[in-house]
Design a protein. Sequence first.
Length: 301
Amino acid sequence: MTSHVIPSPAAAPHALPAADAGPRRAKRRVLPGFGPSMGFTLFYLSLIVLIPLSAVFIKSAGHGFEAFWAAASSPRVVASYKLSFGLSLLAASINLVFGLILAWSLVRYEFFGKKVVDALIDLPFALPTAVAGIALTALYAGNGWLGSLLAPWGIKVAFTPLGILVALIFIGLPFIVRTVQPVLEDMETELEEAAAALGAHRWQTFRLVVLPTLTPALLTGFALAFARAVGEYGSVIFIAGNLPMVSEITPLMIISKLEQYDYVGATSIAAVMLVFSFVLLLAINGLQAWSSRRNGLEGRK
């Protein structure tokens, strides 16, 4: 009589399928390996970014350092540097505050016309820059809808540096809102409620709970808004006034040099703008990386 041995339940977990006992199969990836992917990335990056930027520096240095310095450091050009970079930083800083408020309102509150406001934020993306400049000039001119209201108070916007600031704020606001909005949507409100239950005031809750989470997104939006403002031309050229040493932006100086066939002067100014912009963006990105690491370390504690 043949006896049948029934395996105990304790031994069952130790029994592995034959397929699992062998070596694991390599994961199949849809995209090619690291070598072809990196090669294509470097080729595409060189073709679109590195080669044009290298051409700017090579062309600007083609006639020697003296010609480069004379074109890039004239008083009129230096005044345009101060105007462009100063107003770009100021516009990005203003958008940092009001963009956060606008993103917070769109995420945390329900109000009439919310979808319309949400759609209008993307208007600077879709609107041609020349159309935006003409519209802002018509609004803020002395006889415009808003300019006529400000004129009795002695405030002149169109054809002044203040008009340039308004245009830069207009084109930079969407970068802050669209960068911060997804982070706010993913943020759990229970953290704020827990802070309030523990006795934290509203400012303490915002500074210690909300702001550390939003800081990387805010810095990213600030960098994008600043980069867009530095190189903006179409929406600024109509409202600026373009007075030398007063309201003349650096991109206009580059266009003027090109119209005069002064390619060395144009590339010299462009090279200085590239260096300044790269240093500022590198500093902002470093601050963003530091903030992300700091928040991650604090989250583990």
